[in-house]
Design a protein around this ligand. Structure first.
Ligand SMILES: Nc1ncnc2c1ncn2[C@@H]1O[C@H](COP(=O)(O)OP(=O)(O)OP(=O)(O)O)[C@@H](O)[C@H]1O
Ligand SMILES: [Mg+2]
Length: 496
């Protein structure tokens, strides 16, 4: 008897304007496996998932679930079929309790339109028990950690009896221990017969969790690797289409002039007593767990919110930063961690998003010089190899990683002396990751200075001249390039 695949994609195609997002993609998934889905930014991963989940309908091709053709037209229809998805951002109602979020209407148990809270709490606890988690169902979600929010979402999915759960870059907002926690819950659910599709740019993660990995490139199916065949180089090759050199070499920067100096700066109760010097052409890495003050530190350098004590010197002269505008005037740029909330203007097109930090130089007689803006955008897009329909396209039509590149380009365009970057390659594919890192290193060689805060230790180790490890709002250790290892960073971030 030939086995019917649990899920089958057959000849799926989807076109957006001039972009062939999916081009005749066919493959099958077995019941109870975790299938990794990898590919460059813009490869078509989210498009495939959105078709599966009823957000888009395909131009051609079919999907079969347990041998039956399905064509969900809305996410609600997909959910009825047992297909649920987690998106790149975490949609929860912060003001509501954990239980209310798990049973978001219309599934709330209750009579006469009134929720039955006791029953909700009980069912909620049962679901968490199945997940091997303990979370108070009455707690407001606002008080939950990022990991707990993910658990709430998983519980929501389980309450709807999902058979197939799609995770589109679920770990980008999580710390390493939380990632482990999520993975062990996934293993558990897999044991209960639930099938997963897991999309990620973190090759290490995707290889550790998946049973098989399917690679898409330019909207086409490239191939599938079985667990025994997993290998970073092979996978990278399939994703990018060629091999990627990720090693970078750094020049000595010891003798260069100091351009930014912090003396005992602090912000509220999140960071205090921070002193460091940043030299011209230096890349200063900032490591630390979530809650270590890493984010508050990089944000305060950009004035949001500014330090409330200590002194900052630029070129040896004391300056005061009270707002992002002050920072920009001093030549400090900032690429924020959360591009969706802090960075991009979702209603604007690519060129405006890219040129916005540059408007003072883009105005002629009080009007925006659109020609200059367009030229700048085209130049930067070429430099960073941003793949998109064009600079006039809405920013929301770009894939996640390409949006990240636009944000990076925005600040590069003003040629900052210091560029503060927060998670610069989060959600960015392996090829583009290597490009962005190489770009940072090349720009540093030209005399730009960088402060890079990242939870990706491989990234910090690859590019930093020095790494400050944060713990409890203070600098726990400073490691030079020669001293820094993963073990040392983790040790000083977690103990003492
Ligand atoms: N709504 C849309 N309108 C126009 N173009 C779109 C739309 N959605 C996706 N695209 C284009 O289709 C292609 C595939 O995008 P998709 O979001 O599927 O990529 P992805 O593999 O998920 O990338 P990433 O890893 O960056 O999230 C991209 O070129 C993207 O710009
Ligand atoms: Mg995507």
């Amino acid at each position: 008897m030939s086995e019917i695949p649990f899920l089958e994609f057959s000849g799926l195609s989807k076109r957006f304007g001039g972009t062939q997002a999916l081009d005749g993609v066919s493959f099958t998934i077995r019941k109870g496996e975790v299938r990794g889905l990898a590919g460059e930014n813009g490869a078509g991963k989210s498009t495939l998932i959105k078709i599966l989940c009823g957000v888009y309908s395909p131009d051609a091709g079919e999907i079969y679930l347990d041998g039956e053709k399905i064509s969900p037209r809305t996410p609600a229809e997909a959910e009825k079929l047992g297909i649920s998805v987690f998106h790149q951002e975490i949609p929860v109602c912060l003001n509501l309790s954990v239980a209310a979020n798990v049973f978001l209407a219309p599934d709330m148990p209750g009579r006469f339109g009134m929720p039955n809270w006791r029953e909700m709490y009980e069912r909620c606890e049962e679901i968490f028990e199945a997940l091997g988690e303990k979370i108070d169902p009455e707690k407001p979600v606002r008080e939950c950690s990022a990991a707990e929010k993910q658990m709430v979402l998983l519980a929501r999915v389980l309450s709807k009896k999902a058979r197939l759960i799609v995770l589109d870059e679920p770990t980008t907002a999580l710390t390493p221990p939380d990632v482990q926690r999520l993975f062990s819950v996934i293993e558990r659910l897999k044991g209960m017969g639930i099938t997963f599709i897991f999309v990620s740019h973190m090759l290490e993660e995707i290889m550790s969790l998946s049973d098989r990995i399917t690679v898409l490139r330019n909207g086409q199916y490239i191939g599938t690797l079985d667990r025994p065949e997993f290998d970073t180089e092979k996978l990278t090759q399939m994703i990018v289409g060629h091999s990627v050199v990720s090693v970078v070499s750094r020049k000595q920067v010891d003798e260069r002039p100091v351009i930014l100096e912090a003396r005992e700066i602090g912000v509220g109760s999140s960071v205090s007593g921070i002193s460091f010097r940043l030299r011209r052409g230096e890349i200063l890495g900032i490591a630390g767990l979530q809650g270590s003050g890493r984010s508050a530190l990089v944000r305060c350098l950009f004035g949001s919110p500014p330090p409330d004590r200590g002194r900052l010197l630029v070129d040896g002269v004391e300056v005061s930063i009270r707002s992002p505008l002050d920072s920009i005037k001093l030549g400090i740029g900032y690429v924020p961690e959360d591009r969706k909330i802090l960075g991009l203007f979702r209603s604007m097109d690519v060129k405006r998003n890219l040129g916005i930090a540059h408007v003072d130089r883009m105005t002629r007689l009080g009007f925006l010089d659109m020609r200059a803006m367009k030229a700048l955008a085209e130049e930067m897009a070429k430099l960073l190899r941003i793949s998109m329909p064009g600079v006039d396209a809405p920013i929301t039509s770009l894939s996640g990683g390409n949006q990240q590149k636009v944000l990076f380009a925005r600040w590069l365009a003003i040629k900052p002396r210091v560029l503060v970057m927060h998670e610069p390659t989060r959600g960015v594919d392996v090829g583009a990751k290597a490009e962005i890192r190489r770009l940072i290193v090349n720009l540093a060689d030209e005399g730009y200075s960088f402060i890079v805060a990242s939870s990706d230790l491989d990234e910090l180790l690859a590019i930093s001249d020095r790494i400050l490890v944060m713990r409890h709002g203070k600098i726990a250790t400073e490691l030079t390039r020669g001293q820094a290892t993963k073990e040392r960073i983790i040790l000083s971030a977690t103990t003492g």
